[in-house]
Design a protein around this ligand. Structure first.
Ligand SMILES: [Zn+2]
Length: 233
């Protein structure tokens, strides 16, 4: 099985998708002791791994590329030696995302380069400017997918194989178009328990937010392998 964790913000603020620095440190340590953590680029290999059902694999991702990732995530992943992938909207580099009741700062190019220099951080597309993909007409949708991929390749020197739908929002048409440009794309909440019936353009991630207590988080980590025991028989 493969559990792909999805964070947004690590910060001591009251933002729903923020976890505090101390909680993040604990959670990442627990993930590390319960799973083999791989890079997102290794996903393809592990999906077709002969021991897929027995393997306990985790991947750690962040959405939006918030500046707090640079200040509060980079030191922790360096200490724990955990690779991550950050899904970022390339048109918003160094700018702000406005959401109801707050504005969030996206990291600038200097921070991005420093994160890449750690050798632990890869960047991938989160849409050009964080618009909901289902709100775009066909021409804009294709432009958004294609251009954001080209920018991720050009600015970041990445392969550009992965996409995370802004707000986990997609439909059949969006997924079809995404398949023209990307190898994998991420949608809603869940864990990959099956390597045969997966939808490569709607892969699940475990979305972490403030409401997940330390107790609940540890229980969840224990439950993931427990849940698939019956499945293994
Ligand atoms: Zn987002």
């Amino acid at each position: 099985m493969i559990a792909i964790f999805n964070y947004h913000s690590v910060d001591d603020s009251d933002y729903f998708y923020s976890v505090s620095k101390s909680v993040f440190y604990k959670q990442l340590s627990w993930i590390k002791s319960s799973f083999k953590i791989i890079r997102l680029e290794q996903l393809k290999d592990y999906l077709s791994h002969p021991d897929f059902n027995k393997n306990k694999i985790a991947i750690v991702t962040f959405d939006d590329g918030l500046a707090d990732n640079y200040f509060n995530v980079l030191p922790v992943i360096k200490e724990l030696k955990v690779p991550i992938t950050v899904f970022i909207p390339p048109n918003l580099i160094g700018k702000k995302i406005f959401i109801p009741d707050r504005e969030l700062e996206i990291m600038d190019l200097e921070k991005i380069k420093e994160m890449q220099a750690s050798g632990l951080v890869n960047f991938a597309s989160h849409g050009l400017d964080h618009k909901k993909m289902t709100s775009l007409g066909e021409v804009d949708l294709e432009k958004n997918l294609k251009l954001s991929k080209e920018l991720i390749q050009g600015i970041f020197g990445e392969k550009g194989d992965f996409f995370a739908y802004p707000k986990a929002d997609s439909n059949e048409e969006v997924r079809k178009m995404t398949a023209r440009y990307y190898q994998f794309a991420f949608g809603g909440n869940g864990v990959i328990l099956d390597n045969k019936n997966i939808d490569k353009y709607n892969l699940p991630r475990i979305i972490i937010n403030k409401n997940i207590s330390n107790f609940k988080f540890r229980l969840m980590l224990k439950k993931i392998p427990w849940k698939i025991k019956g499945y293994l028989k």
